[in-house]
Design a protein around this ligand. Structure first.
Ligand code: TYD
Length: 131
C-alpha cells in the first residue's frame, strides 16, 4: 500500500463493561516487528518532522486527540485527527509527518521494522530529493 488509510479495529465489549480493540497480524497490511508509544508530549510541541525510507506504521491515539499532517511523495498533504482508540492511521513509507498532541494523548505505533536511525530522513530537502 502506498496511500494512507484509516483502519478500524474490531471492538469487543459494550458501554457498561468497557471495550477491547484488537490488532492481529492477519488483519494488518504488514507483519508487526515493533510497537512503541509516545506520551506526555506538551501541547505546544510538534513531534515528527521526518519521513522513513522503508518503515510502514499504523498510528493509534489510544488516549486523547492527535492531529497528524502528512506529505506524500506526489506532494499531497492529507491531514487527520485521531481521537478514537479503535481507529488507526496506516502511514506508508516515504511520508513526511508532523504530529500535535492533546495534553492527555498517547500515540501507539505499530511498526513494520525494527528501529533503524538510517531509515529516517530528517532533512526536508533530502526528503523532496529522494521522492
Ligand atoms: P522519533 O521517531 O524522532 O520521535 P517522533 O517522531 O515521535 O518525534 O524518535 C525520538 C527519539 O527516540 C529518537 O532519538 C530515536 C529514539 N527512538 C528509539 O531509540 N527507538 C524507537 O523505536 C523509536 C521510535 C525512537
Amino acid at each position: 500500500m502506498n496511500q494512507p488509510k484509516i483502519i478500524e479495529f474490531p471492538e469487543i465489549g459494550n458501554s457498561m463493561l468497557g471495550y477491547i480493540a484488537v490488532a492481529e497480524n492477519k488483519d494488518l497490511p504488514f507483519e508487526v516487528k515493533r510497537i512503541y508509544w509516545t506520551y506526555f508530549t506538551p501541547e505546544n510541541v510538534e513531534r515528527g518532522g521526518h519521513a522513513h525510507r522503508q518503515l510502514e506504521q499504523i498510528l493509534i491515539a489510544v488516549a486523547g486527540t492527535i492531529r497528524i499532517k502528512l506529505e506524500l511523495p506526489g506532494g499531497e498533504k492529507p491531514e487527520y485527527i485521531l481521537d478514537r482508540p479503535d481507529y488507526g492511521l496506516y502511514v506508508p513509507k516515504m511520508s513526511w509527518r508532523s504530529m500535535k498532541y492533546s495534553h492527555n494523548a498517547v500515540l501507539l505505533c505499530i511498526a513494520s521494522t525494527a528501529f533503524d536511525e538510517d531509515d529516517y530522513i530528517r532533512d526536508y530537502e533530502t526528503f523532496l530529493k529522494e521522492c
